[in-house]
Design a protein around this ligand. Structure first.
Ligand code: FES
Ligand code: FES
Length: 160
């Protein structure tokens, strides 16, 4: 018999109540049960970071988190970054700096960068390099990603 549980997730501000199997990952809940397919699955082993989402503001590997562990939490996914059809500053910077090629890793990098800049608004280039090392990109060589995040850190500082 399946072990089912009723959980509540608030995803990008919208509350969802659903019944899930206890062993179902948060990535599968988001993608398959709720339709937030911007959260990508690469390795499914916690290595690549493509599945990074924010749980109550902190970055987490959705492939290593059970949906039931996120019961009652606020989840932010890449779908929540743009508002009213306008890309966020980070999304625009990734585009301008050519920080993506195939784009498979991009949602994870964007969510990682959002959480990082919220906590560390004044990073050095070296610190940005260390942070993005948490996620894998097979295409870009990382330079554009580092430049995009550094650009946004600078422009957010200047606009404060
Ligand atoms: S799919 Fe989760 S870390 Fe790779
Ligand atoms: S842009 Fe292709 S894996 Fe990063």
């Amino acid at each position: 018999m399946k072990d089912l549980q009723l959980i509540t997730l608030t995803v990008n501000g919208t509350e969802h109540e659903l019944v899930v199997e206890s062993r179902r990952t948060l990535a599968d809940v988001l993608r398959h049960d709720l339709g937030y397919t911007g959260t990508h699955l690469g390795c499914e082993h916690g290595i690549c970071g493509a599945c990074t989402v924010l749980i109550d503001g902190s970055p987490a590997r959705a492939c290593l988190t059970f949906g039931v562990q996120a019961d009652g939490c606020s989840i932010s996914t890449v779908e929540g970054l743009a508002s009213d059809g306008e890309l966020s500053d980070l999304q625009r910077a990734f585009s301008e700096r050519h920080a993506l090629q195939c784009g498979f890793c991009t949602p994870g990098f964007l969510m990682l960068a959002e959480a990082y800049l919220a906590e560390y608004p004044n990073p050095s280039t070296e610190e940005v390099r260390e942070v993005v090392a948490a996620n894998l990109c097979r295409c870009t060589g990382y330079q554009g990603i580092v430049e995009a995040i550094s650009d946004v850190a600078r422009s957010r500082r200047e606009s404060r």
